[in-house]
Design a protein around this ligand. Structure first.
Ligand code: C2E
Ligand code: CA
Ligand code: CA
Length: 832
């Protein structure tokens, strides 16, 4: 380097704002300014001038810069300037390098000058120091690009490859090796074929295409991604960018330089994002959501296919105006929905609302929409949202709600009659009695008379029908504000919330009784039933639930006792009677347990011969404390407790035992009649019961109350009657004349005997008229071949008249009172 040049260079470099130095052709630093020294020597303790260039280049730059310098020296490369990274300071610095030539165009060295990223060009004033038109010429386009490119390469940790076909030189940078895990200095794939072997099979085809494309010279630049095997065995994603930097005279590339970037991480993120997007898409599809995106400025929205389908739109118009959409909202929901949308848009809030729509097909649907407000500087503010079709859920909710209401209703109502049930009665009662008013509350307790008989005689359907019939009568006659509840099998309670005067309640009860006493038909069966009613009224303040309803119950009991089919208003004395009754019931249970139930016998005599003709067994309660208790004291209690059948059975057992003993003694015993309750004769299992009882044929007679045969025909009763006949059990009709049995029903039953009730027998002594009635009954009996027994024969006068009237048998105190088993045995012995 000549002195002049050196001097002017030194001068120019010193004045530079940025660090700069000059390297001679032997690649040692010959000149450096202070800034370069202080920058590059921070961690070095020797003088910068004299340092070898390779000592301050970073490893990646050494080969690139060296080969470029070689080329410049050999005169192959054009004079370019390039960006490099020096190794001596911590951060990468960008330097430009310019070849220096003297006035005679001889290459004398290279100027390294740090540049700001924004200015890739060396300072013009330095270039001007060279009075050489070529050196002063500005960077040509290629050089400028290469400078930038190398700058980027070196700072972005990219692997560099450089194929020079003319020189047959293939350069691979250290980073290129690092990326692939190939240690520096180790051999990399020699030929293109070898290199292709390391590429993922799925990508080989694409890579070959790109390589061929570039080598054909068709394009200057190729970009492609592929997977390549890392030395560790895993795949890495590489982005390769190649550029033709030199062509021969035929235009074919002779040198291609490229960079490889490991984009595995980016690719991972990209794949992950694609996977996420796919998953999101699937989720949206699975949730049957429709998407929409609305620009707030225009209020127009883009709908996806599912949204269109949801709204029943088939026009495939994905861009829709807000009015277009609002027209489809159900008129009842439209204003509220639009108001919500507009206020959200105004306040830039997220949208969340449910509304109904009428689809294009006219179907009502329930839609839930959610919109996320997105502030978008470029595209304008907008909403990204989804629509959900909740119709099915809504229908389910409605169905559930209906089911819940139905259950709620059913849990408080009687399914048969539709009346309230006990639970509802209790609830209403509680509310009404807690209301702070002092007026009267009233209650009626209603009970169908002999309901069991209706059930037994005509079947359960008829029983159900009777209950419904009773319910309809109650609903018809009772005021609307009265709650009528079915509280048991055939029991009902009517609750009067308002002050009801006693006369009004009694009149209502009377109307119900009258209406229900009218015969009604069920499947051509004529049913005649009755109802008994207990009524009670109490001051709201003095009453608790139990009292009012219990008082009505007590009144009902008295109504039943006093003959059924009537009403009773509660009176205080009833309460004591009731408590006595409860005492009897308790005592009766213990009587059954302690075998205190037995029977006495009352003989019957042939009216003409006065011989013993029969015996009636009559139940007795032999109480160790109260002595002998008669049936009228406990029969109704036993009936209420459902113990009658059991009681009849006990009597029959006693009769059979006595009969067996007496006959074993050789005593001649006439037939013995037992009283049989109505339940037994309508019991479909009578046959089994009879077999179990083992009745001796022709010895036992069943006395049945006339009232049993009062109503209609019953298949079970008829079957049971023929069963009795076949087993040699005669039937007598008891208390004849009180129950209004018709002659026709008598004929049907064809009993062995009639027992004329005491009430008809008693007056014959004083009343010729009543005597005439008795005579007629006896004559009818004779005509129908039915024997007649007179009950309650109390005097000799009775005996005389009855004998005269041709009555067959006599039973009464005048002849013999009922007696215990021992006395009966005595009598049989005496009669032998
Ligand atoms: P019932 O079947 O009509 O029985 C005749 C009743 O009249 C008996 O009363 C008897 O003691 C009474 N008696 C007999 N002769 C005379 C008389 O000359 N004057 C008066 N005043 N009474 C007379 P008892 O034993 O108190 O029975 C009353 C009713 O209890 C019976 O009337 C019958 O309906 C029922 N009963 C009695 N024992 C049984 C039984 O084992 N089972 C069933 N289910 N009912 C029975
Ligand atoms: Ca009797
Ligand atoms: Ca009788």
């Amino acid at each position: 380097m000549d002195v002049d040049l050196r001097g002017s260079l030194e001068h120019a470099i010193k004045d530079l704002e940025v660090p700069a130095f000059v390297v001679g052709l032997h690649r040692t630093i010959t000149i450096a300014n202070e800034k370069a020294s202080s920058l590059l020597l921070e961690s070095q303790c020797h003088v910068l001038v004299g340092t070898d260039l390779s000592d301050i280049l970073c490893p990646a730059a050494i080969s690139a810069v060296s080969s470029w310098i070689d080329e410049v020296v050999e005169g192959i490369a054009t004079q370019v300037k390039l960006g490099i990274t020096l190794s001596l300071n911590t951060g990468p610095e960008l330097w430009s390098v310019v070849s220096l030539k003297d006035r005679d165009d001889r290459l004398t060295g290279f100027l390294f000058q740090q540049v700001l990223i924004t200015s890739a060009l060396p300072d013009q004033s330095i270039l001007d120091a060279f009075n050489n038109p070529t050196a002063a010429a500005d960077l040509d386009d290629l050089a400028r690009r290469e400078l930038r490119w190398k700058t980027a390469v070196l700072s972005a940790n990219q692997g560099v490859w450089d194929h020079d076909f003319e020189l047959d030189r293939h350069f691979l940078s250290d980073t290129w090796r690092e990326i692939r895990g190939i240690s520096i200095g180790a051999a990399a794939a020699e030929t293109t074929e070898d290199w292709l072997k390391t590429i993922h099979p799925d990508d080989v085809g694409r890579v070959k295409e790109q390589v061929a494309l570039q080598e054909s010279g068709a394009t200057d630049v190729v970009n492609y991604t592929f997977r390549q095997r890392h030395a560790d065995g895993h795949w890495i994603w590489i982005l390769s960018r190649g550029r033709v930097v030199r062509r021969d005279e035929n235009g074919l590339p002779v040198r291609i330089i490229g960079t490889d970037t490991d984009i595995s991480d980016l690719k991972f993120v990209e794949l992950e994002r694609a996977r996420l997007a796919e998953r999101l898409g699937l989720a949206i599809e699975a949730a049957e959501m429709g998407q929409w995106e609305q620009r707030i400025e225009t209020k127009n929205a883009i709908w996806d296919d599912r949204s269109l389908k949801m709204f029943g739109l088939r026009d495939n118009l994905t861009l829709r105006s807000e009015t277009d959409w609002s027209k489809m909202i159900h008129p009842d929901d439209r204003d509220a929905t639009m108001a919500h949308f507009h206020s959200c848009q105004l306040e830039k809030r997220d949208i969340a609302c449910d509304f109904r729509i009428m689809t294009a097909d006219g179907i009502e649907k329930f839609i839930r929409t959610r919109g996320k407000f997105v502030h978008d500087v470029e595209g304008g503010d907008r909403y990204i949202g989804v629509n959900l079709d909740l119709t099915k859920d809504h229908q389910k909710t409605v169905a559930l709600e209906q089911a819940r209401n139905r259950l709620e209703y059913e849990s408080r109502h009687d399914p048969l009659t539709g009346l309230a049930n006990r639970r509802r009665l209790d609830e209403v009662f509680l509310v009404q009695s807690s209301e702070n008013e002092s007026d009267l509350m009233g209650a009626m307790h209603l009970d169908i008379d002999r309901f069991k008989q209706i059930n037994d005689n005509f079947g359960h359907d008829a029983g159900d029908f009777t209950l419904k019939h009773a319910a309809s009568i109650m609903k018809k006659y009772l005021p609307k504000d009265v709650l009528v509840a079915r509280v048991g099998g055939d029991e009902f309670v009517a609750l009067f919330p308002q002050a009801q005067n006693r006369v009004v309640m009694e009149a209502l009860a009377e109307q119900i009784i009258q209406a229900f006493s009218m015969p009604f038909f069920y499947n051509k069966i004529r049913i005649k039933a009755g109802i008994s009613i207990g009524i009670a009224a109490l001051d709201r303040q003095e009453q608790s639930e139990s009292s009012l309803l219990i008082l009505a119950d007590i009144a009902l009991y008295h109504a039943k006792k006093s003959g059924r089919g009537i009403w009773q208003f509660y009176e205080p004395h009833m309460k004591t009677q009731t408590s006595e009754r409860i005492k009897i019931q308790d005592a009766l249970i213990s009587a059954f347990e302690h075998n205190e139930i037995t029977c006495h016998y009352q003989p019957q005599f042939d009216a003409q011969t006065m011989k013993l003709s029969g015996i009636e067994a009559l139940v007795r309660w032999e109480s160790p404390t109260s002595g002998l208790i008669m049936p009228d004291q406990f029969l109704s209690a036993a009936e209420d407790m459902g113990l009658i059948a059991k009681l009849d059975e006990l009597v029959l057992c006693q009769v059979l035992t006595d009969l067996e003993c007496w006959e074993a003694e050789g005593l001649s015993v006439p037939h013995i009649s037992v009283n049989v309750s109505a339940h037994r004769i309508s019991d479909p299992d009578l046959g089994t019961w009879l077999q179990r009882m083992k009745l001796p044929p022709g010895k036992i007679v069943f006395e049945l109350l006339e009232s049993v045969f009062l109503d209609g025909e019953d298949a079970t009763i008829s079957a049971n009657l023929s069963l009795l006949q076949s087993m040699g059990v005669d039937v007598e009709i008891d208390d004849f004349g009180t129950g209004h049995a018709s002659i026709i029903s008598l004929l049907r039953i064809s009993p062995k005997r009639l027992k004329i009730d005491r009430e008809l027998v008693e007056p014959i002594v004083h009343s010729p008229k009543r005597r005439g009635l008795l005579e007629t009954i006896i004559r009818i009996g004779k005509m129908l071949d039915i024997e007649v027994v007179a009950e309650g024969v109390e005097t000799n006068a009775h005996i005389a008249i009855l004998r005269e009237l041709q009555c067959d048998y006599l039973q009464g105190f005048a002849l013999s009172k009922p007696m215990n088993s021992a006395n009966m045995r005595e009598l049989l012995i005496a009669r032998r």
